[in-house]
Design a protein around this ligand. Structure first.
Ligand code: AHR
Length: 645
């Protein structure tokens, strides 16, 4: 963020004659409590978000388990695929290289995920499992290759012995290249078998092995998320039940986590990705650990016995749901169980004996029709009995209104779920019009989880117009924090060269990250949460679009601050005076910190070439007798923070 200090005086002078508005914040009475975890993130492996994205592995198809085992690889010389006496039972394929002493050698190149990003002077940890069935020492040359075919990093591995063993070498890149690849060559004559060929940057988030991309986790960290929902989304449903996300496949030694196809591989015919698979290298253990690192409450979602209803009619008979329900029970044990419980031990063996303190679980994603509550009921009977402490999140389907939505909400009330997950992918206009959506919601039933939302502009760009509309809508979420307990934008990540769906909050390529205006809205909200809602009104009414203005106010008891969020969705500048009623004593000349997200151009987007076109800008104003004034420019979102005693 740019940190520019300015008094807004110059703005004041420049716009004499503009519309004047008075917002009144009532400090006499604290409103409802706000859940500390209210604003968070939702992660799904879509748009190469996990493999090729957050998960820092650089090699695609490292275990040769894709349906066509050489996808991602270019073999040369005598290279074949085998599964006889494999190294890993659940990923049995490996490659056999035979070399007769030719000048070329036998080997393979890997293209990575739309190539590989190398940074000058950075280290790369290369490893594979190998054996030499005919014994004898054999030499492999490993090369980092730049986009111009120049070799920009090199290493050597000597392999010896008929038993599978892990070998590794560290390489250093001599150049920066966003489109590199890896080459390995068997130089000695003879036969060698290789499996699980892997390479990670030596610098990962917290420098963990099997780690995550540091720059991408940093972007998440800066959002200050309160909740972390994972791993989907539709990914938990699968196009078929067989390809649903099974969390048990995603834990334990990484080499033996069985590959799954990614359901976003051919969901959209115009965005066809036959090379999109899930290695589960980023699995449930890593998701829980990441939640912990981010200080966010983990919210795993699991399959309810229905495959994606858009793609399939496959469902598990209600009486056969036992294994699915057991998966939910075991997941709670994996997260919270003692180290001597079956699944708690798996967690402990992976390196985390302390529990992850799981408090919520989602059952099903975007389901609809009677099939869903029938199945959810079965899960609830068991979970309520065995784990009454765990909150259950049910679904209201893929749309925020209509017959299916009304039906499911009624069902969720009858089943007494704790939270209902609502999804809205709608136009920016819808978001503006729905800033008051929750003002009249039923306060007695389940709470709301705004689990997936994004304003879809006609261009589907992450532009300022969509970000401002989301900010306006979020003032409505915050104002209604007594009924809306959680909110997460969706989707989170997209690879510039491999996306299926947009808009998305964070874009990246193999070396860089682009934070969108939508990201900055989430960040401004996430970094400025409150403990209690405060009443904020204009002319005795909530501010929900009158004169294109939207606002919410909170008290943060921990930091003794009043925080006002205001959106000007018009293209005109508006002078807004915020008056604080009910303060004990006067606050003359106190400093109000202002964060502004603005662009004159509502279509403006951040890009790889111009990642900082739209970023929050800091400034401050001073109070004048318990009030302060901002000049809210058109297409803007403001967060105003004032410390009080
Ligand atoms: O966020 C992308 C997809 O949108 C999610 O997987 C799904 O839940 C919704 O349809």
């Amino acid at each position: 963020m740019k940190n520019i200090t300015l008094t807004l005086t110059f703005v004041l002078l420049a716009f004499i004659g503009q519309a004047q508005e008075l917002f009144e914040v009532n400090l006499k009475k604290k409103g409802p409590e706000i859940q500390p975890e209210m604003f968070g993130v939702f992660f799904e492996d879509i748009n190469f978000g996990a493999d090729g994205g957050l998960y820092a592995e650089l090699i695609k198809n490292r275990s040769f388990e894709f349906h066509h085992p050489f996808v991602g690889w270019t073999p040369f010389g005598d290279v074949t695929v085998s599964e006889e006496n494999p190294c890993f039972e659940r990923n049995p394929h490996y490659v056999r290289l035979k070399e007769k002493g030719s000048r070329r050698g036998a080997g393979l190149e890997n293209e990575g995920f739309r190539r590989m990003g190398f940074r000058k002077n950075s280290g790369y940890n290369f490893s594979f499992y190998a054996r030499t069935p005919e014994a004898g020492e054999m030499k492999f040359r490993i090369e980092l290759v730049g986009s111009d075919e120049e070799i920009i990093g090199r290493g050597e591995i000597l392999v010896n012995g008929p038993d599978w063993k892990k070998y590794s070498v560290s390489l250093k890149a001599e150049e920066t290249d966003a489109k590199g690849k890896l080459r390995l060559i068997l130089e000695s004559p003879g036969v060698a078998d290789l499996d699980h060929i892997s390479m990670f940057p030596s610098e990962t988030w917290k420098n963990r092995a099997n780690g995550l991309r540091k720059d991408l986790v940093e972007a998440l960290y800066e959002l200050n998320p309160g909740v972390f929902r994972f791993p989907g989304g539709c990914i938990i449903e699968g196009n078929t039940l067989e390809s649903r996300y099974q969390w048990k496949h995603s834990v334990g030694p990484v080499e033996n986590r069985p590959l799954n196809e990614n359901r976003w591989n051919y969901t959209f015919k115009h965005r066809f990705f036959p090379d999109y698979y899930q290695t589960y290298g980023l699995g449930f253990y890593e998701y829980f650990l990441l939640s912990e690192d981010l200080g966010a409450e983990p919210l795993p979602v699991i399959n309810c016995g229905l495959a994606c209803q858009y793609e399939s009619t496959e469902c598990v008979a209600v009486d056969d749901l036992g294994p699915y329900i057991q998966d939910a029970v075991d997941l709670i044990e994996f997260a919270n169980g003692s180290v001597i419980s079956t699944w708690g031990k798996v967690r402990a063996d992976m390196g985390h004996p302390e529990p992850f303190n799981l408090k919520m679980i989602g059952i099903g994603n975007e389901q609809w029709g009677p099939q869903y509550p029938e199945r959810l009921k079965k899960f609830m009977e068991v979970l309520r009995e065995k784990h009454p402490e765990i909150k259950i999140v049910g679904s209201s389907g893929p749309t925020p209104d209509g017959e299916r939505f009304d039906y499911l909400w009624q069902q969720m009330k009858e089943l007494k779920v704790d939270l209902v997950d609502e999804h809205y992918y709608r136009s920016p206009e819808w978001f503006l019009e729905n800033a008051d959506r929750y003002d009249d919601y039923d306060r007695k039933g389940p709470k709301v989880f705004a689990g997936e939302f994004a304003a879809h502009h006609a261009s589907r760009d992450n532009n300022v117009r969509s970000a401002i509309a989301e900010a306006a809508f979020m003032t409505g979420l915050e104002r209604n924090a007594d009924v809306v307990e959680l909110a997460t934008y969706a989707p989170l990540f997209a690879h510039m060269d491999a996306w299926q769906w947009k808009p998305d909050m964070i874009w990246f390529d193999n070396l860089s990250v682009v934070r969108t205006p939508n990201y900055y809205v989430q960040q401004m909200v996430g970094q400025n949460t409150g403990t209690h809602v405060l009443d904020i009104q204009q002319n005795g009414s909530s501010i929900v679009g009158q004169d294109s203005l939207y606002a919410s106010a909170v008290l943060n008891e921990t930091s003794s601050a009043v925080i006002v969020k205001a959106v000007n969705a018009s293209s005109e500048i508006k002078e807004i005076t915020v008056s604080l009623k009910g303060l004990k004593g006067s606050i003359q000349n106190a400093r109000v910190e202002i964060t502004e997200l603005h662009s004159n151009d509502p279509e403006a987007v951040n890009s790889l070439d111009n990642p900082n076109l739209v970023v929050p800008v800091f400034s401050f104003v001073q109070t004048d007798e318990n009030s302060f004034t901002i000049n809210a420019r058109g297409n803007s979102f403001y967060v105003c923070k004032l410390k009080i005693n």
